[in-house]
Design a protein around this ligand. Structure first.
Ligand code: RB5
Length: 147
């Protein structure tokens, strides 16, 4: 898969770990930063990654911050993004199967690297179920135009 990944300082170490695991598993990974552990603002990180994802048609994006919450809130403000804040494998599968999430967000101060990797693997192994879920996802996207 072609994956784009980004973080703030809170997610810096976990991002390095996930990039290494993803590359070992044969995926192509683009890192949109941050590139040092110095403090950065998570809305900037989320905005940059989401525009790269949409413009360059990656399969999906991974955003990391301390909790995963800030990047999730910010990413979901961007037209075309369905970001799922994940902390367990079942939700990871459903985020793809039911919600067709195109960004997953993880809290590096909440999850250990093994659980974070299991969540990423579970999401990647899942497929969008279409059918009535498609109607619901279309309704989500219509909210961006209506409100
Ligand atoms: C940074 O200290 C922290 O606020 C950020 O990484 C994230 O957890 C925000 O939601």
């Amino acid at each position: 898969m072609r994956i784009v990944i980004g973080c703030d300082h809170g997610g810096f170490e976990l991002k390095k770990d996930l990039i290494s695991r993803l590359e070992k598993a044969g995926h192509s990974v683009t890192d949109t930063g941050c590139y040092t552990p110095e403090a950065v603002d998570y809305p900037d990180v989320a905005e940059k990654l989401c525009h790269r994802l949409l413009d360059e048609h990656y399969d999906f994006g991974i955003l990391l911050c301390g909790t995963g919450i800030g990047v999730s809130i910010a990413a979901n403000k961007i037209d075309g993004i369905r970001a799922a804040h994940l902390a367990d494998e079942y939700s990871a599968r459903m985020a793809k199967a039911h919600n067709d999430a195109n960004v997953i967000t993880l809290g590096a101060r909440v999850l250990g690297p093994e659980l974070a990797w299991s969540i990423v693997e579970a999401y990647m192994a899942s497929s969008f179920m279409h059918s009535h879920h498609e109607v619901r996802v279309e309704k989500i996207m219509a909210l961006e135009k209506k409100n």
